[in-house]
Design a protein around this ligand. Structure first.
Ligand SMILES: CC(C)(COP(=O)(O)OP(=O)(O)OC[C@H]1O[C@@H](n2cnc3c(N)ncnc32)[C@H](O)[C@@H]1OP(=O)(O)O)[C@@H](O)C(=O)NCCC(=O)NCCS
Length: 177
């Protein structure tokens, strides 16, 4: 997987995620990472239509109008940022960052369409959204992960996220340096 960040000022420790950014997935396909914008609404709907019930449950936990809920806030820059992964003109994954609250805690969540899982896209999104969170001043990141969602838990754990079981799910967190 190819990903790059650029320093805000060369030689400083202030880093700014450089988007759009190319990604090469594990199958050698060239993808594009860029911020989600309101014009992407129909692509977000198509992405959700391509997801299995299990994938949607792992992303949203409960049932209901998941994509409608996401669309109700995903374009609000005052609430957060979202990064999409594109295979030509098809959106295949989204990473969400909710901006830090008064304690400096940002919330993250990820969705990779079933047909695109297992190619390193989720890993690249986690690393990129973590960099975005640093840029946004987060001091801590939080994510809820279902107890049966081994892939997400392992992916976080390999990046030093810690987990506790809370209310029947893993409450996972990363302290940002
Ligand atoms: C979880 C998710 C975001 C991961 O994205 P992905 O593109 O499939 O992940 P990757 O291809 O980067 O693989 C992640 C790692 O999990 C590993 N993995 C795969 N299946 C696994 C499993 N069943 N149990 C444990 N680890 C597993 C992979 O080997 C890989 O590790 P590696 O990089 O060391 O090889 C994606 O599968 C998804 O959208 N799932 C449904 C929604 C969801 O769970 N969202 C998370 C809510 S916070």
């Amino acid at each position: 997987m190819t990903a790059m960040c650029a320093p805000v000022s060369p030689g400083t420790t202030n880093w700014r995620v450089a988007l759009p950014m190319p990604l090469i997935d594990a199958d050698g396909r060239e993808l594009l990472l860029r911020l989600i914008v309101p014009a992407d609404e129909s692509a977000i709907r198509v992405l959700h239509e391509g997801c299995s019930i299990a994938t949607l449950r792992w992303r949203y936990f409960g049932g209901g109008e998941q994509v409608e809920h996401l669309l109700s806030w995903i374009f609000d820059a005052g609430q957060g940022e979202a990064v999409g992964v594109w295979a030509q003109d098809r959106l295949v994954a989204i990473g969400n960052l909710m901006l830090p609250d008064s304690t400096g805690t940002g919330e993250v969540a990820f969705l990779v369409e079933d047909a695109w899982q297992g190619r390193g896209i989720g890993s690249a999104l986690v690393d990129l959204v973590t960099d975005l969170a640093r840029d946004e001043g987060c001091r801590y990141l939080h994510a809820d992960v279902s107890l049966d969602n081994g892939r997400m838990r392992v992916l976080f754990a390999r990046r030093d996220w810690k987990s506790t079981v809370l209310d029947g799910d893993y409450s996972m967190g990363l302290l940002l340096a």
